[in-house]
Every structure is written in structure tokens, then in C-alpha cells.
Design a protein around this ligand. Structure first.
Ligand SMILES: *[C@@H]1O[C@H](CO)[C@@H](O)[C@H](O)[C@H]1NC(C)=O
Length: 329
């Protein structure tokens, strides 16, 4: 084999290995549907069934929500009220920025520096929910999610989250007993994932948001949790078509801007975008191979000088490729 080809193959293996190593968990996530941990509709009592009271109650009856301060915007008062009305016997905790910081300072001081250092407030809103679930247990619900029926049947599972399509899990509604190992892992891993990416939205998603929690979930599954350590999964579509849905979704005003829409689209299509990235990467490698290595082997008559510039090439016949240097065109 030619030396150039070997170099090229080695380079490809290194680049590919590096890329796959970095996105391995994401790739694994594509093949993780959580079906084995699904909370199936068939195992749940109907809304208003007396059988609900016969089920074990493991998760404490606490609803956690977060907002900047106590003045919840009017468009979220409806969903908030729907959850409060259906759960009169639950304790209600609204985590304002001030309360959240005090709580972290008092109970998880090792995290305070990371917590204060987050550049985006939404990162603190993401992080605090994992900590309060770890500390108190209970059910966390986003302010833009309303309740459609009593959450009592879900108290029977030590931990549960909601599945998202096409992959991963959401952090918008979750329940757990205090000190559940999954949420322990979720809080312990936060400092290590506190990295900046090129777009704010990706930074938020991958450092504290749903993508972060999905990656932690994928890692957590590697330890084959069993019994009470399992994280059970709600598949929203299973319930929606039967009006057994636990939650309803209400859009808040803050998500209507176009840049946010674009970023949401990117978030929803990250699988597709990752594939595009790989394709572009491979095309680039292929181009480098063709222009720098193949050309070198086939056109010895050209001076060394012409290879030191960015080469442009065009096909002149079925076999021959002519190298053009832009400075000479
Ligand atoms: C609560 O936060 C909102 C949004 O930042 C702000 O508009 C409002 O003035 C705040 N209310 C109080 C009482 O501080």
C-alpha cells in the first residue's frame, strides 16, 4: 500500500474513533427506548378508580415547581391551579430563585459554586429540580404543564420520568422517593457536565436540561438497576389517546420568538443534525484524500509549491482530475 493511503486510513480511524467516543452515549441513546421500564396503561387503575388507594404510596405527596419569584405569570396560573386542585392533600413547594439558592447553600454547599456560576438562569431552574427530588422526593412539574388527573397512581413507583420522541427523556415532569440513586447520579454528575457549547440552547440542553438527564439515564442503565433502583418510564402517547393522560401542555409566551423556535427545531432534530455533521466530516476527509494524496500520486509533474495552497479541483474526463490553484486561475 502507498504511504499516503496508510496515513489517510490511520487519520480516518483516529478521527472516527474520537468522534464515536464523544457521541457514543448519544448513539446508544438512539437504541434505548426504555420499553422494559415502561409504566403501561394496563397496570394503572382508571382515573377515579378505588383501586388507586390500594396501591403502595412510596413517593411523598409533594409537588415541586420553579419560578423566578412568587409572581407567576397569568398564562401559567391555569395549569398551576389544575395541579393544585387535583391534589389538595399534597404539600406544594414553589422554588423561587431566592429559595433555591438558600436551599443549595444549606443542603448541598459543594454545588453552590457551580450553581452560582451557571451563565443561564434556566440552568439553575433545571438543576434545582434534581436536588429537591433527591432531598425531599415528590413530584416535579414544569409550570407550563397542567394536570389532567390525580397523580396518585404514580406514587407507587420509586422513580419515574417521561419519555420524549425520537429519543431520550424529559425533565419537565418527574417523580422520585428521597435519595433515589438515579437522582443522586443526576446531581453528582452536574459539575462535570458544566461546559459551554457554541449555542446557548445546546449549552443548556447538555449541561443541565433534558439532553443532560437523558445521557445520565443512559449511563445509569449500564449498571442494570433492578427493583426499587429502576427508573420507570411514562410514554405520553400511551395515555394521550385514551384521555388517561396525566399532564396537559400549555405554551408560555416566552417560547414564541423565532430564534427560540429554530433552536427548538434543532433540539428536536439533533439526531438528524448529528448525522449531517458526520456526513460533512466524512466528505471533508474524502476531499482531503482526493486532493492531497491521490493528486500527489498521479500528477508528479506539478511543482510542490502548488500543493501548499488550498486546492480546487475539477474533473476533466472520466479518470483525470485537474488541480487548479485559485491564485493561478
Ligand atoms: C418577578 O419576576 C418577573 C420576571 O422576571 C418580573 O417581571 C416581576 O417584576 C417580578 N416580581 C416581583 C414581585 O419581584
Amino acid at each position: 500500500m502507498r504511504k499516503g493511503l496508510i496515513t489517510f486510513l490511520l487519520l480516518t480511524v483516529v478521527v472516527l474513533g474520537f468522534a464515536v467516543h464523544n457521541v457514543w452515549t448519544l448513539l446508544m441513546l438512539l437504541f434505548t427506548d426504555g420499553q422494559l421500564d415502561a409504566i403501561l396503561k394496563a397496570e394503572l387503575p382508571a382515573p377515579n378508580s378505588v383501586a388507586i388507594n390500594e396501591r403502595p404510596q412510596l413517593i411523598p405527596k409533594i409537588i415541586h415547581q420553579t419560578y423566578v419569584n412568587d409572581s407567576i405569570p397569568t398564562h401559567w396560573l391555569g395549569p398551576q391551579k389544575s395541579c393544585l386542585d387535583l391534589h389538595p392533600d399534597y404539600e406544594y413547594k414553589l422554588w423561587t430563585d431566592k429559595k433555591a439558592r438558600e436551599f443549595i447553600a444549606a443542603e448541598y454547599p459543594w454545588f453552590l459554586e457551580t450553581f452560582d456560576g451557571y451563565p443561564y438562569p434556566i440552568q439553575r431552574a433545571d438543576a434545582i429540580r434534581y436536588f429537591v427530588l433527591h432531598h425531599f422526593g415528590g413530584i416535579y412539574i414544569d409550570l407550563d404543564d397542567g394536570c389532567n388527573r390525580s397523580l396518585d397512581p404514580l406514587l407507587a413507583y420509586p422513580a419515574w420520568v417521561r419519555r420524549t420522541k425520537p429519543t431520550g427523556i424529559s425533565n419537565d415532569a418527574m417523580g422520585a422517593v428521597p435519595r433515589h440513586p438515579f437522582f443522586l447520579k443526576a446531581i453528582d454528575s452536574l459539575p462535570g457536565y458544566n461546559r459551554k457549547w457554541f449555542l446557548p440552547y445546546i449549552t443548556v440542553m447538555a449541561s443541565t436540561g433534558p439532553l443532560y438527564l437523558s445521557i445520565i439515564w443512559r449511563h445509569y442503565l449500564n449498571s442494570s438497576p433492578s427493583g426499587d433502583d429502576r427508573v420507570r418510564i411514562l410514554f405520553p402517547e400511551e395515555y394521550n389517546s385514551h384521555s388517561w393522560s396525566f399532564f396537559t401542555h400549555h405554551l408560555g409566551n416566552s417560547w414564541h420568538r423565532n430564534d427560540v423556535k429554530l433552536i427548538f427545531w434543532m433540539g428536536q432534530h439533533w439526531v438528524f443534525l448529528t448525522l449531517i455533521g458526520f456526513t460533512l466530516g466524512f466528505s471533508l476527509l474524502f476531499c482531503i484524500y482526493h486532493t492531497c494524496i491521490k493528486q500527489k500520486q498521479s500528477s508528479h509533474s506539478k511543482s510542490r509549491f502548488s500543493y501548499s495552497r488550498i486546492p480546487f479541483y475539477r474533473r476533466v474526463s472520466g479518470k483525470d482530475i485537474e488541480l487548479n490553484d485559485r491564485h493561478e486561475v
